[in-house]
Design a binder for this molecule. Structure first.
Ligand SMILES: NC(=O)c1ccc[n+]([C@@H]2O[C@H](COP(=O)([O-])OP(=O)(O)OC[C@H]3O[C@@H](n4cnc5c(N)ncnc54)[C@H](OP(=O)(O)O)[C@@H]3O)[C@@H](O)[C@H]2O)c1
Length: 349
């Protein structure tokens, strides 16, 4: 009892924004830890879709696997590694779900956006509780986003989820590809956390609005609107960035859907980047992090810290997948087929 108290106090002291940030950063660390595993283990854990083909087929011996050194020495090490591989293969073969289940991410995202809007409109207790708790904690009670920023970022998130649902139903080709359920659950967790992250640093503005509405109803008099609007410069920069990435991601998804069989996509952004749809995803979340940065005094910060952690997760998660995609293309079509292309981030990666 004595030992659990500090842990409980610590948990109660963490703001909802802090929980979201912790989730993104821990998930990023977990993905990086998996990425550092020997190649065959990594493939079993993270590969899905086309990339999974060589996991199950007779893949060429991997060059970066530390296992190779051990296997050559034979003996007990060899047995141990084979056992670990066999266990991983069995565990990952249990919960294989269709790649098409990605649609659940966007349904959950849209549902959560509608849920939080409903909470705001009807002065729901869950929104009030989370917003109050965020405002009360030391690190959650910093500068707040304005209410207009919350509405803007919430709307763009709805737009992204709606487009992805549309693509899943009307654009993407039917797929037999599978992925490990843990990977899918991580994705669901991401969209749940993002649905809170888009407003949680605006808790103060939301509570002011809610209290204003309550007073208005009680007193029967119109309230003065005090919202400070959106920071002009950052909005002027980030809204076009969002729509550029949003439209180009759609183009990439159309190009992928147009391929008759697994091949290297050509044309548009695919000419210089292996996974440009991932580049666009990173830019979409980066633009949201800019748009949601609390203005505050002294120009505030340039990025919303909670959404910045979401950007870190997106970059790490998709970066690992983009790297595996490159490896898969190199093995299937030869290194020359994608020579000179960036994996995901031009001039960097
Ligand atoms: N926010 C996040 O953390 C997060 C996480 C994951 C994904 N996403 C987003 O969700 C979108 C889809 O991601 P994803 O990982 O599913 O993309 P993906 O693996 O590239 O697959 C997208 C679609 O294209 C097909 N495809 C991929 N490469 C192909 C090729 N070389 N030849 C023919 N068809 C190919 C896939 O078919 P198969 O189904 O047969 O593989 C699938 O239908 C992306 O825009 C990504 O940014 C976001």
């Amino acid at each position: 009892m004595l030992y659990t108290r500090p842990a409980v106090e610590f948990c109660l002291g963490v703001s909802p924004a802090g929980w979201c940030r912790s989730f993104f950063l821990l998930a990023s660390a977990a993905v990086l830890a998996v990425a550092a595993l020997p190649r065959e283990a990594r493939q079993l854990l993270v590969d899905y879709g086309a990339r999974q083909q060589h996991t199950t087929s007779s893949s060429p011996p991997s060059d970066d696997s530390n296992n190779n050194k051990h296997t050559k020495t034979g003996g007990r090490d060899d047995d141990g590694i084979m056992k670990v591989k066999a266990i991983l293969a069995t565990v990952t073969s249990w919960g294989q779900v269709p790649h098409s289940w990605f649609i659940a991410f966007y349904l959950v995202s849209l549902f959560c956006s509608v849920f939080w809007a409903g909470q705001y409109l009807y002065d729901g207790q869950i929104l009030r509780m989370l917003a109050s708790s965020n405002k009360a904690t030391r690190e959650g009670g910093g500068e707040s986003m304005t209410f207009s920023q919350v509405v803007l970022v919430w709307s763009l998130m709805v737009l992204q989820a709606t487009r992805r649902i549309y693509e899943h139903i009307w654009v993407m080709k039917p797929s037999k590809a599978k992925m490990w359920v843990v990977h899918w659950l991580l994705g669901l967790g991401f969209y749940l956390a993002v649905s809170v992250s888009v407003w949680v640093q605006g808790s103060e503005a939301i509570l002011q609005k809610l209290d204003g509405q309550r007073q208005q109803v009680d007193a029967g008099v119109p309230m003065l609107r005090t919202d400070a609007g959106v920071p002009m410069l950052r909005t002027a920069l980030a809204v076009p960035l969002f729509f550029w990435a949003w439209t180009n991601q759609h183009k990439c998804h159309r190009q992928l859907a147009g391929l008759k069989k697994y091949s290297i996509p050509k044309g548009g952004m695919f000419d210089s980047i292996v996974c440009p749809h991932y580049t666009c995803e990173c830019l979409i979340y980066l633009s949201l992090a800019i748009l949601a940065a609390p203005p505050g005094r002294n120009n505030g910060s340039f990025l919303n810290q909670t959404l910045l952690c979401a950007v870190i997760f997106v970059v790490v998660n998709l970066g690992v997948t983009a790297y595996e995609t490159r490896r898969w293309y190199e093995e299937k079509f030869g290194p020359a087929a994608i020579q000179g292309k960036w994996n995901m981030i031009p001039f960097l990666f």
